[in-house]
Ligand binder design. Structure first.
Ligand SMILES: C[S@@+](CC[C@H](N)C(=O)[O-])C[C@H]1O[C@@H](n2cnc3c(N)ncnc32)[C@H](O)[C@@H]1O
Length: 375
C-alpha cells in the first residue's frame, strides 16, 4: 500500500524535527524561557503590544520553523506575499533602489537574502533581495563611510561588536560575515531570540553561540574569543562587560524604546568603552510616546555625525520617471501612484536638521577617549 498523506506528513515532520533549524529552535526556546524567568525589565508599551502578536512562536512546529522568515514580519513588517512572482512593479522599484545603492556602495558588503528558512525576496540577477536586505546594505555603506568597517577589518585583534535590538538576526549575519574575527554580542527582548537564535545557528552552522542564563559578566565573557555570538536579554544588560567594545549598532530600535532605556544603553556602551555608536533610527517612532528624542539623547554624551546616503528613507521605494514611462500608459500610471504612495511614506527632501521624522544614519563617538572598561 502506498503511504497516505498522513504518513507522508508524519515522515516530513519527523525529518524536520531532527534537522538543524528545529533543533536550534528548541535550544533557543529553552534559553528564552529561562531568560523570561530571570527578566524583570519591562519593554516599552510599543513592544509589549508587538510581543503579544507572536506568542505562538513559543510553540512552533517544525514546519513553521522551516518557514521562519515568513513569520519575521512581526519584527520588520516585510511579508513574503509582497515578493511573490508577478509583483513586477514592486520588483522593478526594488531593483531600481538596489541599483542606486550599488552606485554608492561597495559590492562586497551586499549580502542577498538566503533562501534558507523560507527566505524571500525578488529575484535579481539570480539572488533574492527585499527591503531588509537593502536596509542592511545601506547600513554597511554608512559604516564604511564613517571608517568603522576599515578599522574593524584592519584590527589584528578580535573585535567586539554589540548590536542592541537585532530583531530576526539579518544584520548580525551580514556584519559578522564582513568581520569574521569578531565576537558579536546581541541584546534584545528574550522572545526575539526565537527568531535570531535559530536563524543564526542555521545559516552559520559553524558559529559558536552562547545564551545568557543568569551569569555575571566574568562568566559570560569567559573564553570570549572562542565565541561568535553571545545572546543576552535586556534584563541581562549588567553582564555585558566585554574586554573591549569596538562598535555598537542600533537599527530601527532605539526609536521604539523609552527615554530611560535609550539613556541606559548609551551610558552602558560608554562605560564599556565603546569607540563608535552607529544608529539608523528616527528620532522617535510614530506610535511611541515614551521617548523624548533620539538625537538629543545621543548628543548628551556623544559627538554626532550624520552620514547622508540616499535622499529617501530605507522604507521607501521611489521610482525613476524613465522607468515608469517605458511601461505603457496604464502601468506607468499605476507605477506613478505607487511611487507617490511610497514617497509620501519616505523622508521629505531636502531633509532639515529639525525634522524628527526622518530615518538618519548617525555615528556617535565619545567626546573623550573611551573610558575605563566596566569590568
Ligand atoms: C523593528 S525591530 C528592528 C530589528 C533590526 N534592528 C532590524 O532593523 O532589522 C526593533 C528591535 O528592537 C528590539 N527592542 C525593543 N525594545 C528593546 C529593549 N528595551 N531592549 C533591547 N531591544 C529592544 C526589538 O525586540 C526588536 O528586535
Amino acid at each position: 500500500m502506498s503511504p497516505t498523506a498522513a504518513d507522508r506528513l508524519a515522515e516530513r515532520v519527523s525529518a524536520l524535527r531532527g534537522g538543524i533549524a528545529y533543533q536550534a529552535y528548541l535550544e533557543a526556546r529553552e534559553a528564552v524561557l529561562r531568560m523570561m524567568d530571570l527578566s524583570s525589565a519591562q519593554p516599552s508599551a510599543y513592544w509589549r503590544h508587538e510581543l503579544s502578536g507572536f506568542e505562538y512562536m513559543l510553540d512552533a512546529s517544525p514546519l513553521l520553523i522551516e518557514r521562519l522568515r515568513h513569520h519575521s514580519f512581526h519584527v520588520t513588517g516585510l511579508r513574503a506575499y509582497d515578493y511573490r512572482p508577478g509583483k513586477d512593479a514592486h520588483r522593478r522599484r526594488l531593483a531600481d533602489k538596489l541599483g542606486r545603492l550599488r552606485e554608492i556602495g561597495d559590492e562586497r558588503h551586499l549580502v542577498p537574502e538566503s533562501p534558507q528558512l523560507g527566505g524571500f525576496g525578488h529575484e535579481i540577477e539570480g539572488e533574492l533581495y527585499n527591503l531588509d536586505t537593502l536596509k542592511f546594505f545601506e547600513a554597511m555603506i554608512a559604516l564604511d563611510r564613517c571608517g568603522a568597517l576599515a578599522t574593524l577589518a584592519s584590527s589584528s585583534q578580535r573585535s567586539v561588536i554589540w548590536e542592541i535590538g537585532a530583531g530576526w538576526g539579518g544584520f548580525a549575519r551580514v556584519l559578522k560575515t564582513a568581520v569574521p574575527n569578531s565576537t558579536y554580542v546581541i541584546c534584545d527582548l528574550p522572545e526575539l531570540y526565537l527568531f535570531s537564535g535559530p536563524y543564526l545557528r542555521t545559516l552559520m552552522p559553524d558559529a559558536r553561540v552562547r545564551y545568557w542564563s543568569g551569569e555575571d559578566g566574568d562568566a559570560l565573557f569567559e573564553d570570549w574569543e572562542e565565541i561568535d555570538f553571545i545572546l543576552v536579554p535586556a534584563a541581562g544588560l549588567s553582564a555585558i562587560t566585554p574586554p573591549r567594545l569596538d562598535l555598537v549598532v542600533n537599527m530601527v530600535s532605539f526609536q521604539e524604546m523609552t527615554t530611560e532605556q535609550v539613556r541606559g544603553y548609551l551610558q552602558h556602551a560608554l562605560d564599556a568603552g565603546a569607540h563608535t555608536v552607529y544608529s539608523l533610527n528616527r528620532d522617535r517612532s510614530g506610535y511611541n510616546t515614551e521617548l523624548s528624542g533620539l538625537r538629543e539623547l545621543m548628543g548628551e554624551q556623544l559627538t554626532l555625525e550624520e552620514i547622508v546616503l540616499l535622499d529617501e528613507a530605507y522604507t521607501s521605494l521611489a521610482v525613476k520617471k524613465a522607468t515608469a514611462e517605458s511601461d505603457g500608459p496604464r502601468q506607468a500610471a499605476s507605477l506613478r501612484r505607487l511611487a507617490r504612495r511610497a514617497l509620501r511614506a519616505s523622508a521629505p527632501s531636502p531633509r532639515r536638521a529639525g525634522d524628527t521624522n526622518s530615518y538618519r544614519h548617525i555615528v556617535g563617538r565619545p567626546r573623550s577617549e573611551p573610558g575605563p572598561h566596566a569590568r
